[in-house]
Design a protein around this ligand. Sequence first.
Ligand code: HEM
Length: 535
Amino acid sequence: MHLQRNGYRIYDHILKLGTGISFAGHHRPSEICSVISSIKRFSTSKTRLSSPLPAIGTDNSLSDAKPFSEIPGPMGLPYIGTMLDYKLRPSTYHKRLLQLHKRYGKIWKETIAGNVIVHLMDPDMIRTVYDAEGKIPHIPPLQETTQKYRKEKEMSLGLGNTNGEEWYRLRSAVQQMMMRPKSVQDFLPLVQEVATEFVERMVTTRDSHDEIPNFNKELGKWNLESSGAVVFFKRLGFLQDQEILAEKMLEANQQIFQLSCDLKFSLPLYKYISTPKWKRLVNAEDFFVGTVLKLIDETVAKVKERIEKKDLQADEYGFITYLLSRSELDDKDVAIIALSLFADGLSTTVPVFIGNLYCLAANPEVQDKVFKEVSKVVPKEGPITTAMLGKLTYLKACVKEAFRFFPVGTEVSRIPQKDFVVGGYHIPAGTHIELNNYVFLRSAHYFEEPDKFLPERWLRDGEGSARNVHPYVLLPFGHGPRMCAGRRFAEQDMWVLIARLLQRYRIEYRHGQMEQIYRLLLRPDKPAQFAFVDR
Ligand code: HEM
């Protein structure tokens, strides 16, 4: 069944897997455009990426700038530089950033195993970098181990691990489908069906304290089932009879992250020889990627067959059909984009969602306000519509405010392609720069009452300080042409599930204060042991 076009052989490299996933019922998002019209529409329209912002903020000319070598920062040891700082305390990387911000200020640099990294800790400097990045910003790979794995398996590298024209080709092809709110809203019926089922299922999984054992895993299953419905246009059964497979995938995903984190903060031997950790990582990737590619192969084959037979309905397989309609994407690209939408939420949307639940539980008066808004807008029975989501302004402000307390990462990276000046220093082209928004998020300098959870600060007509917040302080999804490609999907997923949860339960957390630890990305430091009390 798997694809052969363009010499596509990824699956041959991967373990042969028998996933045993069944075709559950069919789901029909009412508004997905027909295959034929979508192929026409999308292949004739030129996708536009957001154009660069007007150039502002370059704070000096190159000739007046202080030399790069004068940027302050910790000295570190010969060759390994500051690597030991990370190696010894990898889970508190974010706290270290705060300390170094205090010590060195808004711009400083360090060397880790020969790589110089410049850290920017000022929103105006961050703006300068974004303004200068042009329409094809370069970044270091989002995850080096993933990039290496994909190269070895001759896979497409995917958006976050590629640069230049190759990145632009991929990004242009998915921009409309992934970033245009209307396109993402087409999948709302699928997303809300899974959310509703998940909330119902919680009634049976709760213990006598109204808590759900292993709720982290439960959320992982929800996330895979929800994105799976979008990508494969079928229910995977991860909340029903295919739970075991879902759990194996979650374990593999966790292993991949843990091992990638260990490898990132070690001497990069794995790049040259197959170390034991690298082998374990490859095994975990083989299992995860192999399982997903099999599903993708089956879905693509099915869509092609239905197109050939001319019996594909207008509202079926919207995501895959769209990708197949883009002539600039080959089958390897289609596979990697589908893999990304299916799996990326596990390490991003899920921990952020846990953070959101914690913020609601820790601030009952806010939870009450969100509940009242949801009750006014969304009926308990029947579907959630786009129009309803549009009215949940307080809920959305709440999700935004939760990013101050539970961001998914500490920084966004860029590699400028031209020399430029920031903070008065000359930055040569090709320098690895990190834009560390993390250090502002709880700063009294940028937020009134920074330690208070105040969604009101983001409401335009509220009494909070929304209009006074620097626009480059809170950018949880990054900014500019490389902004998170999954943003609209992630937001929709979270809004819908919060609404459905609050309709049914009051959320409590009885296990102390939840904070974050670092594992390449940030994640909650405690289990998501929430109590869901019937309303
Ligand atoms: C709450 C959840 C999420 C957060 C906070 C988040 C955050 C981010 C951030 C900060 C970036 C870097 C942006 C930049 O460099 O300017 C990024 C990139 C990216 N994200 Fe997400 N993300 C989330 C969920 C997702 C999901 C569900 C997907 C699945 C499609 C996804 C796919 C991507 C991709 C493909 C990139 C690379 C984009 C490119 O380089 O063109 N993200 N994300």
